[in-house]
Design a binder for this molecule. Structure first.
Ligand SMILES: [Mn+2]
Length: 322
């Protein structure tokens, strides 16, 4: 399949690249890396993401060229959907994709649907960028420093700074090779992790106050309400990574972060350590993800959703992980 996708990338000219709403480092890094490599091969590329790019990723080369609306009535030979388990999660590009004959789907989520004509879903890979790297080798395409920075950042963020269980030898090998191409790990780390605004820190303080432990400390949760965002003049994007605080508690096997959305919905992020499979829990609510990291959206007020989900999660931990 890698060879077949490499062939499609070589043999076509006009590409639409897209990724999931609420983009993370792997989504934006994969979009950037593939765009840069295709442009180096002389291809025409439109890279689309429905949502705004989080501030800590705006240093990435190409990120300022990612569009939020697909221009004109462009006809594309191929659409490539990156890091996205369900077609719904690309948002408005879905409509344009109906008119594209060939969809290539590249992902590493175990819950991923096969919605493309060519589907390359490898749950054993650390990140979508790692899979792209293998495809670039197969093309074969040489990598610019700019493409390398995108790949490195995608692997760095999806492995939680090389701390999660998906930090494989292969992931580290590729990261090392990117450093060999000129990527500076200290520069990337400072862009990604040390770029917090005072407002975001104040929001974190409010959110930490909501920290709650259940199931003898095995379940840890935090939340952010619309009111907290207003009070600190922050946006939902400032909550990125907050879930890692409850996850970091020494007794926690499962962490849940609740974020109140505009629309009477609540975004629920899940993390776990060891055997607790949060992707399985998320599937009960039409969500998805990986064994140790998953998410879904639930309807209702923040209080309602928190109560309902915590009760279910307590039961899930008690039953599922013995
Ligand atoms: Mn990913």
């Amino acid at each position: 399949m890698i060879a077949a996708i490499a062939r499609e990338l070589r043999n076509n000219e006009r590409f639409l690249l897209t990724t999931h709403v609420n983009p993370d480092g792997d989504a934006i890094g994969s979009l950037g890396a593939l765009s840069l490599v295709l442009e180096d091969l002389g291809k025409k590329v439109v890279a689309y993401c429905q949502d705004e790019i989080p501030g800590f990723l705006r240093f990435l080369p190409y990120s300022d060229r990612i569009v939020r609306e697909i221009p004109g009535r462009d006809r594309f030979d191929v659409a490539v959907v990156l890091d996205c388990g369900e077609l719904d999660r690309i948002g408005n590009a879905n409509e344009v994709l109906r008119h594209v004959e060939k969809i290539i789907h590249i992902d590493h989520h175990s819950s991923s649907d096969d919605f493309g004509q060519l589907n390359l879903v490898l749950p054993g890979c650390s990140s979508t960028a790692e899979i792209l790297y293998e495809i670039f080798q197969a093309i074969p395409a040489s990598l610019s420093l700019e493409a390398a920075e995108n790949i490195y950042t995608a692997i760095l963020t999806d492995t939680g700074s090389f701390r999660f269980a998906n930090t494989t030898a292969r992931a580290l090998d590729i990261a090392a090779e990117m450093v060999g191409l000129g990527v500076a790990p200290d520069k990337i780390a400072s862009e990604v992790y040390d770029s917090m605004s005072p407002e975001r820190l104040r929001l974190l303080a409010l959110s930490l106050n909501t920290l709650t432990l259940r199931a003898s400390g095995r379940l840890a949760t935090m939340q952010v309400s619309r009111r907290m965002l207003e009070e600190t003049e922050t946006t939902v994007m400032d909550t990125d990574g907050f879930v890692n605080y409850p996850r970091g508690i020494n007794t926690a096997e499962m962490a849940i972060f609740f974020r109140e959305m505009d629309s009477g919905k609540v975004n629920v992020s899940l993390r776990s350590r060891g055997r607790v499979n949060v992707a399985e829990f998320a599937r009960n609510y039409d969500g998805g993800g990986h064994h140790n990291a998953a998410a879904f959206r639930a309807e209702g007020s923040l209080t309602e959703v928190v109560e309902k989900i915590l009760a279910a999660a307590e039961e899930f931990i008690a039953g599922g992980s013995q």
